[in-house]
Design a protein around this ligand. Sequence first.
Ligand code: AMP
Ligand code: ZN
Length: 113
Amino acid sequence: MSCIFCKIANKEIPSDCVYETENIIAFRDLNPQAPVHILIVPKIHIASMNDINSENSAVISEIFETVNKIAEQEDIKDSGYRVISNCGEDGCQSVQHLHFHLVGGRKLSETLS
Ligand code: AMP
Ligand code: ZN
C-alpha cells in the first residue's frame, strides 16, 4: 500500500517517533503548527473518522488513553493542549490514514475553524 502513514508504521520511511506500542505510533509532524505538534496514528490502516466502527475501535481507545501520557512526556499536560482529527474534504484531511494531531506548547486560537 502506498499510504504514507502505513509506511511510517511499518518503518519503511523514518519518522521522529515519540511513542509506540504494538497498535499505535506517535511522531512529530513534519510541518509543526505549534511548539508541540505530534500525530498519533493507529498502525492498522483506517482511512478516516468515517471508518471507525465496533471492529476497530479498541485502537481508538488506546489512542485516547495515550494522549495524556504523551502530553506529560512533552511537558504540556498542565499547560493544556488540543487534539484534532480532520475528516474529509471540508475537514481539510490531507493524509487518508486516520490520525490525531496533539498540539500545544503555546496559547492556541479560541476559534476552531
Ligand atoms: P491532515 O491535514 O489532518 O491530514 O494532516 C496531515 C499532517 O501530516 C500534516 O500536518 C502534515 O504536515 C503531516 N505529515 C505529512 N507527511 C508527514 C511525514 N512523513 N511525517 C510527519 N508528518 C507528516
Ligand atoms: Zn495507511
